[in-house]
Design a protein around this ligand. Sequence first.
Ligand code: AMP
Ligand code: MG
Length: 412
Amino acid sequence: MTPLGEARAFVLGACTPLAPRRLPLAEALGCVAVEPLVAEELIPPFANTAVDGFAVRAADTAGATPTTPVRFSVIGTIAAGMAPTLEPGPGEAVRIMTGAPVPATADAVVMVEDSRPVAGSGDEIDLLAEVPAGRHVRPAGDDLRPGDAVFPAGDVLSAGHLGVLATLGRADVVVVPPVRVGVLSTGDELVDAGVDLQPGQIRDSNRRTLLALVTQAGAEAVDLGRIPDDEAAITAAIERGATECDALVTSGGVSMGDFDFVKVVLDRLGDMRWMQVAIKPAKPLAFGTVPGPDGRRVPVFGLPGNPVSSVVSFELFARPGLRRMMGHGDGALDRSRVQAVADDGLPRHPDGKTHFARVVCHYGDDRRFHVRSAGGQGSHHVSALVGANALAELPDGPGVEPGGLVDVLLTE
Ligand code: AMP
Ligand code: MG
């Protein structure tokens, strides 16, 4: 058996980042930036008010309190989006709205809450608070100035990153693009929804799950369909996939059965390594590359057919490999790992393998993570995939006693 770490290192070694591309911001969420972002403008571009209120000369508010208000004449209004053409003189105020430019002759803003209309007067206001110069004024360049480093190359673009890019007027950004991942399932027994099952048939569940996992990994999922256990059909599907996609994920047909033609086809087309990884579930793994257009090598993840095995195999090998192809660093390849208390224990038998149990994980009132089994742990038990939000990693041995600690990968 191949140790898990060795299998993983082998996979990652063949997954290299795609060529960078310029993408519109709308398509860049979650992508890795290839260039640092340096500010080229002042942000904010002009001094503006942080509150709704009255722009004044701060010195004119000296001594203002609710009982000793200072009266100002209001010379006009500046809303957000207007140019600051008004210039209040001594004893004058400009009614101003949050985000509007502060007039050049004003140096502070008094909040609306600290003002009182003067009865019967349309253009006078009593201000009830003394303000120092600068109060409620956000100066130009307060946030960013030309030349400021905003984020480095290698950052994963979050919602916040996209907002800063938009603030600086960028419409696009150079990133490692999402990998296009073709997903196909194989098996003569498989049918889709909408038809009655004939004897011996089951429904294809892996393709739906794997397409979703590809999407969740930040990649672009391409449905290559359900392929019968037929050498010519599998060859055609893999050749088409290698032409249209950057990577392929197959399920089924990689075990020792007589009709496991995926194995035959990949051996003929590609440079594959067949592994029996020291894990349960998901022991069989085929990984390698097939030739794509322009001399490119297209990584192929040949996952086992059992539904739970295909999910675990995807999590441990395909997800990190695909994320490496999308430029993610070592720290961002895998799901987050936490330590949790196995409330009811997670027993297992020693067999030389690391076991991955489907578990439900929650953060308790005691501020620790807790896990319990999500249900049947057989590799065909799809029902436990529904409740599970984590995989508990059980090293070889007798498992975890009730109340013992276990490492958990948070998959949701
Ligand atoms: P295989 O890896 O092809 O030997 O399949 C192992 C087991 O997984 C068999 O019980 C298959 O029927 C089942 N299986 C294979 N592919 C799928 C699929 N796409 N959806 C659901 N079950 C599958
Ligand atoms: Mg099969």
